[in-house]
Design a protein around this ligand. Structure first.
Ligand SMILES: *Cc1c(COP(=O)(O)O)cnc(C)c1O
Length: 428
C-alpha cells in the first residue's frame, strides 16, 4: 500500500516507528484541533471585517518615505488594528523595533515623575527590568522618578486581589499585566482572568491605566484583553499579529489619550502620530495581520501536538497535554542536556532556512547558563516561526513556539524526536 505522506517523511529522515507513533497521537487530537479552527475562524472574520470597514485598498500599499506626512496606508492600518482589538486608537509602526520597545514607549509615554507602576502578575518579562529600573540601568523609568511595586500571583496562579488592593496607592498610575507566562513558571493568564483583575483595579480607582503585555497571546482566544477593559494592549509584530510577514514592528492599541501619549514618546511631543514613514511595510503588515489568525492557530496546534508527543513518553510538558491554552509557548522538561541539544538540532534541521546549521549552546549576555537556540526563519529572530531555545541547566526545559504552518510545526516536532531516537535518548 502506498502512503505518499509516510514516504516523504522517510525521505526527510524520519523512521517508520517515529512516524507511526506521532501519527497516532495526531489522530487523537482532532477534536482539540477543530476547537482551535473555530477560534481561528472567528478571528479571521474579525480581521476581514476591520479591513472591509476601513476600505483597505491597493493604493494603501504604496508606502511613504521621509517624514511620512499623510501616509494614508499607515493610518488605515492603524484604524484596522484599533477595530480588531476593539480599541479607540492604535499605533502600529515600523519604527517600533520590537515588543520590548513597544512596551517601553507605552510606559514612558504615559508615566510622569512621582508615578508608580504596579505589576500585578508578578515580575514582568526580563527585558522590562532595565526599562523600569528593577535592574539598575541608565535611562530607566526609575531615573526619571517613576517607582515600581509588584504583587505576585498566588501559588495557584490566580490574582492576589487582597494584595493588589493593599498595593494600590495615590501614586499608582499604571498597572502592568503580562498575559503570557513567558519564561516564568506560572500558568498563562486567560483574557477573562485578566478582565476580572482589571475590573477589580478599576473598582479601587477608575483612572488607573491597565496595560497588558499581550506578546504571544494575540488570536489564541476569540477575545483580547482589550475586550475585557484593558486600556492598552501592547505587542510585537514579529510574533503572532505579524503573521510571519511583518519584517519588523510593534503595536500599541488602546484608549486614544494613552495611545497618543505613547506616540509623543515614539516620535516627539507635537509630532506624535503625524510622522513616521511606513517605508515599504504596510502591505506586509496588512497581509500578515490577515494571516495572523491561521498562523497563530497553526502554532497552537504544533504546541499541543508536542505536549502530547513528549508527555506520553514520560516528560513533563508545560502546559500539559490536556490544559487550555492562552499563548503559543510550550515548555518540555527533557531532563538531560543531551536531549535538549538533540531537540534543538531536530527543530533546526526541519527549518526551511538554515536547515544545515547545527545549533550549539553559547554564553549569551544576560543569562546565568549557556543557552542553545534553534531557528531557521525568514525574518531574523521571528518567534512566530518555529523556534526553540533552552538554558543549559536543570530541569533542562526546552521552550519552543511558532510554526507558520501546522505541517511545519508538526514536522519540526517529529524531527526533534527522531534526533533523540537516533542518539538512544528515548526509552520507548
Ligand atoms: C517577546 C516578549 C516580549 C518582548 O518582545 P521582544 O520583541 O522580544 O522585544 C515581552 N513580553 C513577552 C511576554 C514576550 O513574550
Amino acid at each position: 500500500m502506498s502512503d505518499l505522506r509516510k514516504e516523504y517523511y522517510q525521505s526527510l529522515g524520519i523512521d517508520e516507528k517515529v512516524y507511526d507513533y506521532c501519527s497516532k497521537i495526531e489522530e487523537e487530537l482532532k477534536d482539540r484541533f477543530s476547537e482551535i479552527d473555530k477560534i481561528c475562524e472567528i478571528n479571521q472574520m474579525k480581521v476581514i471585517l476591520a479591513m472591509q470597514k476601513n476600505r483597505l485598498s491597493e493604493s494603501h500599499f504604496a508606502g511613504s518615505t521621509g517624514y511620512g506626512y499623510t501616509d494614508e496606508g499607515r493610518d488605515v492600518l492603524e484604524r484596522i488594528y484599533a477595530d480588531v482589538f476593539h480599541t479607540e486608537d492604535a499605533l502600529v509602526r515600523s519604527q517600533i523595533t520590537c515588543g520590548t520597545h513597544a512596551l517601553c514607549v507605552a510606559m514612558f509615554g504615559n508615566l510622569r515623575p512621582g508615578d508608580e507602576i504596579l505589576a500585578i502578575a508578578g515580575k514582568p518579562y526580563d527585558t522590562l527590568d532595565e526599562i523600569i529600573g528593577i535592574r539598575q540601568s541608565r535611562g530607566s523609568l526609575a531615573e526619571y522618578g517613576v517607582t515600581y511595586a509588584q504583587v505576585d500571583l498566588l501559588p495557584d496562579g490566580s490574582f492576589d486581589f487582597e494584595g493588589i488592593k493593599n498595593a494600590i496607592t495615590d501614586k499608582t498610575k499604571l498597572i502592568e499585566i503580562q498575559r503570557s507566562k513567558g519564561y516564568a513558571v506560572r500558568p498563562t493568564l486567560s483574557a477573562e482572568q485578566i478582565g476580572e483583575a482589571i475590573r477589580f483595579v478599576k473598582s479601587v480607582r477608575e483612572d488607573i491605566i491597565c496595560m497588558v503585555d499581550n506578546c504571544y497571546g494575540e488570536f489564541v482566544q476569540d477575545k483580547e484583553p482589550s475586550d475585557y477593559g484593558a486600556d492598552l494592549v501592547v505587542g510585537s509584530l514579529i510574533k503572532n499579529p505579524g503573521g510571519g510577514l511583518a519584517p519588523i514592528g510593534g503595536y500599541i492599541c488602546g484608549k486614544k489619550e494613552y495611545v497618543e501619549n505613547a506616540s509623543f514618546r515614539l516620535t516627539t511631543p507635537g509630532l506624535g502620530k503625524e510622522v513616521g514613514a511606513s517605508l515599504n511595510n504596510t502591505k506586509a503588515f496588512a497581509q500578515g495581520l490577515f494571516l495572523a489568525p491561521s498562523v497563530t492557530a497553526s502554532a497552537l496546534k504544533g504546541a499541543i501536538f508536542a505536549a502530547n508527543v513528549y508527555e506520553r513518553l514520560g516528560f513533563k510538558a508545560v502546559p500539559d497535554m490536556k490544559e487550555a491554552r492562552y499563548d503559543i509557548i510550550q515548555a518540555v522538561e527533557l531532563k538531560s542536556p543531551e536531549r535538549v541539544v538533540a531537540f534543538c538540532e531536530g527543530i533546526q534541521s526541519a527549518a526551511p532556512v538554515d536547515s544545515y546549521v547545527t545549533p550549539v549552546p553559547w554564553d549569551m549576555p544576560g543569562y546565568d547558563a549557556p543557552v542553545i537556540m534553534a531557528a531557521g526563519a525568514f525574518v531574523s529572530g521571528s518567534s512566530i516561526e518555529l523556534s526553540a531555545d533552552a538554558p543549559m541547566r536543570e530541569p533542562y526545559a526546552v521552550y519552543f513556539q511558532g510554526g507558520l504552518t501546522y505541517q511545519h510545526a508538526k514536522y519540526g516536532i517529529i524531527m526533534s524526536l527522531q534526533k533523540m531516537v537516533e542518539k538512544n535518548l528515548i526509552v520507548w
